[in-house]
Design a protein around this ligand. Structure first.
Ligand SMILES: Nc1ncnc2c1ncn2[C@@H]1O[C@H](COP(=O)(O)OP(=O)(O)O)[C@@H](O)[C@H]1O
Ligand SMILES: O=P(O)(O)OC[C@H](O)CO
Length: 516
């Protein structure tokens, strides 16, 4: 890469938007970040304002360039990484969204997915997409918008509307409405894309009632995605890389060999294992997904998706007022010698892998009068490790093997206490790189590769640097006790349908007399 050239990475996450300028060596030259408001308009609903997201992307990109002291003209390429699955539908004429973005965590389409499952459609969906019939993915959310915004379905059929995940919406805006495209990783999360043929699937479009006229074109992760309008950043900049944030993090963690695993701890936690050119189907309720696609050739991954990780810490801060900063959790956790039998199952938006229970609700179990705020904070951190272990057990389904190391990143990975406890609970080493902004780094590499400024993925592996390695030290019997407590709490959080009236035992005699 020539010394005067930079890459601008945009990382649009669930709770915040970051822009980071990387220099020729892959080091951070400047950055900016903004947290934005979450909207919960109904039980289980989660929405974002697309205009806020757009304004934050522009503001952080400008601020990051200013922080680096770099002009847009010196930027070789832009890369975009994004929260995946979240749905935006916009009007092609005005570029304005016709409904707030429906976020990946939103559960409003639980019944619609259940109806499709009961009608026997899950095997087809799984075989083509590697995913499950769960409200997590885009298709049912997109159908909901078409069915609930007056006139939307007719407009969509006439080609007046566009659908996109956040990457696609940002690309449309950055290019002034000239490019309607997405990349293979984001397309793979919609429930409408055949990951084997790498193409939109007509049967799935028919199943969810989605007009093909809405869809973006699907490109490689390193591709020509067009150029930004000059007035946005002060010069026109090519966009050469795009990827879902979790796949971008896999790249930023240099997990290019089969069997390498990373877990990213942001709002949720997403563990991806590279499975090479083979789309491996899990028999333990994990997802099969596109890891990246370069030169038309897909590499696949097995994924375990945990819906709540850092979001539990944010809940302690924003809803309970138990902490002031997320980092306070580690000092609080160390004020008590152990968990004291207190467990938190953070099923605030149901449960993802390997449970896939959209009805589960969060709980704190094991409270006694001497339980304190410290125990609750500790239980929230511990829940992240326990959920990770559930995924490891599912990935290594023989029950005995462990990964040689788990590479971690994301906002929560800065927490040393968590990394150490995580290593104890998964009984394997945890490795944290120097740069935990791996999502931005990964997509910066894609853009740099796409712009021809980095020669190959090998350059990323060479640049990966270890910051901390956490080895397991917990005695096996203590670990087993912890896991027993977790499994008990998890069983309590799972959804159990109320018994049907006909199968209920008869009411006691006295009550029957009173009722009569
Ligand atoms: N030191 C910390 N300890 C525990 N949790 C943290 C810490 N720092 C950040 N977090 C949590 O990590 C999340 C932010 O991570 P980030 O990677 O920015 O998320 P996202 O990309 O999903 O918006 C927040 O939910 C926050 O509560
Ligand atoms: O916002 P994050 O970083 O928690 O990532 C969200 C995921 O992409 C959802 O699938």
């Amino acid at each position: 890469m020539t010394a005067s050239r930079y890459i601008l990475a945009i990382d649009q996450g669930t709770t915040s938007t970051r822009s980071i300028v990387f220099d020729a060596k892959g080091d951070i030259a400047g950055k900016d970040q903004r947290e934005f408001a979450q909207s919960y308009p109904d039980l289980g609903w989660v929405e974002h304002d697309p205009e806020t997201i757009w304004n934050d992307v522009v503001a952080t990109a400008r601020a990051a360039l200013a922080d680096a002291g770099v002009d847009a003209a010196a930027v070789a390429a832009i890369g975009i990484a994004n929260q995946r699955e979240t749905v935006v539908v916009w009007d092609r004429r005005s570029g304005r969204a016709i409904h707030p973005a429906i976020v990946w965590q939103d559960r409003r389409t639980t019944e619609a997915c259940e109806a499709l499952r009961q009608a026997g459609h899950e095997p087809l969906v799984q075989a083509r997409t590697g995913l499950r019939l769960d409200p997590y993915f885009s298709a049912s959310k997109l159908a909901w918008i078409l069915d609930h915004v007056p006139g939307a379905r007719a407009e969509a059929e006439q080609g007046r509307l566009a659908f996109g995940t956040i990457d696609s919406f940002l690309l449309w805006r950055l290019t002034g409405g000239r490019v309607h495209a997405t990349d293979a990783t984001n397309a793979s999360r919609t429930l409408l894309f055949d990951i084997h043929r790498q193409a939109w699937d007509e049967d799935l479009l028919a199943l969810f009632g989605i007009p093909a006229a809405l869809l973006p074109e699907v490109r490689d992760n390193c591709a020509d995605f067009g150029e930004t309008q000059a007035e946005i950043l002060g010069a026109s900049v090519p966009i050469r890389g795009m990827a879902g944030d979790q796949q971008a993090a896999l790249i930023g963690q240099a997990c290019f060999s089969q069997g390498m695993i990373k877990a990213t701890y942001g709002t949720g936690c997403f563990m991806l294992m590279n499975t090479g050119s083979e789309a491996v189907a899990s028999n333990a309720r994990l997802l099969t997904t596109t890891a990246y696609r370069l030169d038309g050739k897909p590499t696949y991954a097995l994924e375990g998706s945990i819906f709540v990780a850092g979001a539990a810490i944010k809940w302690l801060r924003d809803q309970l007022g138990l902490i002031v900063r997320a980092s306070d959790t580690s000092s609080l956790a160390t004020t008590v010698p152990d968990g004291h039998g207190v467990y938190m199952v953070p099923a605030f938006v149901g449960l993802g892998a390997p449970y896939w229970d959209p009805h589960a609700k969060g709980l704190i179990h094991g409270l006694t009068l001497d339980a304190s705020a410290a125990h609750i904070a500790r239980a929230a951190l511990e829940s992240v490790a326990f959920q990770t272990n559930d995924l490891i057990e599912a990935m290594f389904a023989d029950g005995a093997s462990r990964p040689s190391a788990l590479r971690v990143d994301g906002g929560m990975a800065a927490n040393d206490w968590l990394c150490a406890f995580l290593s104890d609970i998964i009984a394997a080493p945890v490795e944290r790189p120097v740069n935990v902004e791996t999502t931005a780094l990964g997509v910066a590499f894609l853009a740099g590769l796409g712009a021809g400024v980095w020669p190959s993925l090998a350059a990323i592996s060479e640049g990966w640097r270890l910051d901390g390695r956490f080895e397991p030290t917990m005695p096996a019997d203590r670990r087993a006790d912890c896991l027993d407590g977790w499994n008990d709490a998890m069983a309590r959080a799972r959804y159990r349908p109320a018994p049907k009236a006909a199968t209920r035992p008869p009411a006691p005699k006295a009550l029957q007399t009173q009722d009569a």
